[in-house]
Design a protein around this ligand. Structure first.
Ligand code: KG4
Ligand code: ZN
Length: 334
């Protein structure tokens, strides 16, 4: 049994092959960072065009590294949404064509659920019920999972995603794109207590997130205090802003822990690469005596191994749709 996964929801063209034991036979990710860097953020039209020119090569390379011919693939999995609609359509159309031509099943996969699956890919000891915090450039969401493949969305961002806020402040400070990894490095040199930022709170006591207020507060400070790379407190500012984002993320997680009876915590998505966030997440989990799981760096950011893994899980539990040609991509949460 061999499953080929495809991921094109944002700015990474990715393909991966897994076997029935969930062993990753190949995992190819072609980043478009260089294409979008001059704009300080993703340009959707450029992203979909780049997916079109890369996808064939990326799929061939994933097969070559798995030492397989395309005929040897038994099933396909593809990200159906959420994401950039043009980008999603490239992967979905390509996967449909392959599955139709070779008469194999095609399993559509949700991008956020695939991020959660990336933790299960490397850890076989994750027990349910699970609380998963998905933090990426496009999404910030909390999912409660009572059992396998049962995703209950209990909190999501009402405006910016956490990674988006980091990327935007990095852009204003001329730190390049994507800003998250640069902020991670610079923050390590700064005093995170130097500047204070408020804690965003929902008036309706929901577990939703909001990062636009923090972003606006940071922009105001940058203007008023003339913060730039040459400012003596530059790394203190970066560290304090990063701390504010982490505090906002973990304060909701803490409230979720109090509400639910949990056996495991998962932190995943691109921002889960952040070292300070990982440390604070592990401390929070230890304080509550709940085992904590974070995918390794390469599985935090967008990849197709997580898509293939979730596709395989759905296929093996019979939770996959048979007719796939009518499938459409969805840009937002269903
Ligand atoms: O999951 P991902 O690859 O794409 C989306 O689904 O959005 O996440 C990309 C996000 C970007 O905002 C990037 O700045 C952020 O992950 N990121 C980080 C780090 N590495 C990537 N943010 C903070 N610290 C990092 N080390
Ligand atoms: Zn993602």
């Amino acid at each position: 049994m061999r499953i080929l996964g495809l991921e094109t929801s944002c700015d990474e063209t990715a393909a991966a092959v897994l076997d029935e034991n969930r062993t990753v036979l190949s995992n190819i990710v072609l980043s478009q960072d260089e294409i979008h860097a001059p704009y300080g953020g993703i340009v959707p039209e450029l992203a979909s065009r780049q997916h079109i020119s890369s996808i064939s090569y990326v799929v061939s390379e994933s097969l070559r590294r798995a030492h397989l011919q395309v005929k040897a693939i038994d099933a396909y999995a593809v990200t159906q949404g959420p994401g950039l609609i043009g980008s999603l359509l490239v992967g979905l159309s390509f996967a449909k064509a392959l599955a139709y031509y070779f008469q194999k099943p095609l399993i559509p996969v949700d991008h956020l659920q695939a991020h959660i699956e990336s933790a299960f890919l490397e850890h076989s000891n994750i027990c349910f019920p699970v609380m998963a915090l998905v933090v990426s450039g496009g999404h910030t969401s909390l999912f409660f999972m009572k059992k396998e493949l049962d995703y209950q969305l209990i909190g999501r961002t009402r405006d910016d995603a956490a990674g988006e806020a980091l990327d935007k402040i990095a852009k204003v400070l001329d730190l390049g794109y994507p800003g998250g990894p640069v902020i991670d490095k610079l923050a390590a040199k700064g005093n995170e207590e130097f500047f204070s930022f408020g804690l965003p709170r929902m008036t309706d006591k929901s577990l939703d997130f909001s990062f636009s207020g923090l972003k606006t507060a940071a922009l105001k400070k940058i203007k008023e205090l003339k913060i730039s790379k040459r400012h003596p407190q530059f790394s203190d500012f970066i560290a304090s802003f990063q701390k504010a984002i982490i505090r906002a993320l973990l304060s909701n997680l803490k409230r979720a822990i109090a509400k639910f009876n949990l056996s495991s915590l998962i932190l995943c998505g691109g921002v889960a690469r952040n070292r300070r966030l990982c440390q604070a997440f592990k401390e929070l989990a230890a304080d509550h005596h709940i085992p904590a799981f974070i995918p390794s760096s390469g599985y935090c950011t967008d990849n197709a191994a997580m898509v293939a893994a979730l596709g395989l899980r759905k296929l093996l539990t019979g939770k996959s749709q048979a007719p796939f040609l009518a499938l459409n991509a969805y840009p937002r949460f269903l």
